[in-house]
Design a protein around this ligand. Structure first.
Ligand SMILES: *[C@@H]1O[C@H](CO)[C@@H](O)[C@H](O)[C@H]1NC(C)=O
Ligand SMILES: *[C@@H]1O[C@H](CO)[C@@H](O)[C@H](O)[C@H]1NC(C)=O
Ligand SMILES: *[C@@H]1O[C@H](CO)[C@@H](O)[C@H](O)[C@H]1NC(C)=O
Ligand SMILES: *[C@@H]1O[C@H](CO)[C@@H](O)[C@H](O)[C@H]1NC(C)=O
Ligand SMILES: *[C@@H]1O[C@H](CO)[C@@H](O)[C@H](O)[C@H]1NC(C)=O
Ligand SMILES: *[C@@H]1O[C@H](CO)[C@@H](O)[C@H](O)[C@H]1NC(C)=O
Ligand SMILES: CC(=O)N[C@H]1CO[C@H](CO)[C@@H](O)[C@@H]1O
Length: 424
């Protein structure tokens, strides 16, 4: 393990594109003997002073409301408040490189750009929302008979956002954000999964990463594998139990220097008794420290490859070294044989979604496991019990199925190699 950590941190040099002059970009201020302790945050706040959380996040009533997110400060010691902007008021569409917005359109609203008008404004989503539009298309296709047997009608909430969970019948369910984009969180598909899987934690993590526009990975609340809150949350040696859906504390804070096992929410399958942080989180912390050191030396760290950890503190499904990209189990071990050379054209399309889902499904011997391309992606053409159909990059059926003998009629069919399209 120690070796693995050293190898990974050694690779940081590769991940950083350095520029030999320093811009006035706030120093990370992470000390060398780093760890995000209460003491560290107390000192940090004394020296730097967090901006007080605005009223809207403190009161949360009908007129003043917003979401509190960790701010781009070391160890997320400070929080910032992003106001919910009301109907008809000005909003900002944002985008990479734009400043952190002070407000975003509140629930049920989206930022509408109208040609000829100077500022976009918050308008009701309803019929104009992407989710409702996709429902409409689905219904039309169902009418004209072009829907496959495993295709699911997109589920929208009352505000017109995508519901948080998308399922592939008989396989897995995964989390999506309000816009239907896949985010962290996956579990085996069961009949009532939507009750236990709501993806609140992974949606918060995705939102923080997007709104804060951070060039570096950030720490938010720890999630569990299916995107809910880890019921055990710690800062250094002080821990508390929280509700898996709301993230709100359900117990007093407890000093855990004598082991985590004493807490009511300790789960021996998910947690270690002796340490809260997971291997990957230690590596991530040391990376952030390295960035800090580089910046102290006057280098500006221009780009940082994606966060190596998932919001649950385990390894992200795609990892890389100087020469290769590969799919890994959550413990960081390579899933054989999903390894590609970094320079190859295949590396860009590698997503390891199939490799991970397969691992999850193989633990349940009763379920069918998907076939993956040599590089860890779903095979775009699936044949089962005499029927063939196309799937998207998440393994979800798209379009109507055909009998196996007519599979060449399918759009995803390639006479030479079904993996070729996806790898191109
Ligand atoms: C909400 O709280 C703010 C600040 O405390 C107060 O000024 C405002 O009147 C409250 N609004 C409602 C609808 O209660
Ligand atoms: C079926 O409906 C969809 C959605 O409106 C449309 O894109 C598609 O062309 C239609 N197909 C046929 C065969 O009519
Ligand atoms: C937790 O307990 C240990 C040992 O009893 C002590 O050294 C440490 O200061 C305590 N931490 C806090 C934050 O109180
Ligand atoms: C947890 O660790 C503490 C301190 O090392 C030890 O006293 C305790 O017995 C452990 N509990 C379990 C369930 O392993
Ligand atoms: C990178 O990982 C691949 C796959 O495990 C391995 O074959 C290769 O030797 C590694 N390269 C370096 C420079 O560590
Ligand atoms: C990592 O997890 C995989 C699959 O669960 C397992 O086969 C492997 O032995 C684990 N590796 C380590 C180093 O624990
Ligand atoms: C396991 C496997 O077959 N991986 C392949 C992925 O694609 C690259 C292309 O460069 C091949 O070299 C690997 O063998």
């Amino acid at each position: 393990m120690a070796l693995q950590i050293r190898q990974l941190t050694a690779n940081i040099g590769w991940m950083l594109f350095l520029l030999k002059f320093s811009r006035v970009f706030g120093q990370l201020g992470i000390p060398n003997n780093l760890i995000c302790t209460d003491d560290f945050c107390d000192n940090y706040r004394e020296a730097n002073e967090c901006e007080g959380l605005r009223t809207s996040c403190k009161v949360q009533n009908a007129t003043h409301n917003g979401i509190a997110l960790p701010s781009m400060t070391p160890c997320s010691c400070c929080q910032i408040c992003i106001d919910n902007v009301k109907l008809g008021e000005d909003c900002s569409v944002g985008g990479l490189g734009s400043p952190v917005p002070t407000g975003i359109c509140g629930p049920g609203l989206y930022c509408m750009v109208v040609e000829g008008e100077e500022h976009p404004t918050c308008q009701p989503m309803h019929a104009s929302s992407q989710c409702y539009k996709e429902q409409k298309i689905f219904d039309e296709k169902r009418q004209n008979g072009t829907i496959g047997h495993l295709e699911q009608r997109p589920a929208c909430d009352a505000d017109g956002n995508f519901e948080p969970v998308v399922c592939i019948p008989g396989q897995t369910c995964y989390c999506v954000d309000e816009n239907g984009k896949r985010i962290f969180g996956e579990d085996i598909h069961t009949a009532n999964i939507q009750i236990s899987m709501r993806c609140e934690c992974s949606r918060l993590a995705a939102k923080a990463q997007k709104l804060l526009n951070s060039r570096y990975p950030i720490f938010t609340s720890r999630c569990d594998a299916k995107g809910s809150f880890d019921q055990l949350q710690c800062v250094d040696d002080i821990c508390t139990c929280v509700d898996m859906h709301s993230g709100q504390p359900t117990s007093d804070k407890k000093n855990i220097t004598r082991g985590l096992a004493g807490l009511a929410c300790y789960n021996k399958y998910n947690h270690e008794n002796t340490t809260y942080l997971r291997d990957c989180e230690y590596v991530k912390l040391s990376q952030l420290r390295d960035i800090h050191d580089y910046e102290l030396l006057g280098y500006n760290v221009l780009e940082f490859e994606t966060d190596i950890c998932q919001p649950d503190g385990w390894y992200n499904r795609i990892q890389s070294n100087i020469t290769h990209k590969y799919c890994v189990f959550k413990n960081g071990t390579i899933i054989e044989p999903y390894v590609v050379s970094k320079g190859s054209e295949f590396a860009t399309k590698m997503n390891c979604k199939c490799a991970r889902a397969r691992t999850l499904l193989m633990e349940k011997t009763t379920l069918e496991v998907p076939e993956c391309c040599p590089n860890g992606s779903y095979k775009p053409l699936v044949c089962r019990r005499g029927q063939c159909y196309c799937v998207d990059e998440d393994g979800k059926q798209v379009g109507v199925e055909r009998p196996a003998k007519n599979k060449q009629e399918l759009e995803c069919f390639d006479a030479e190699d079904v993996c070729k399209n996806i790898l191109r």
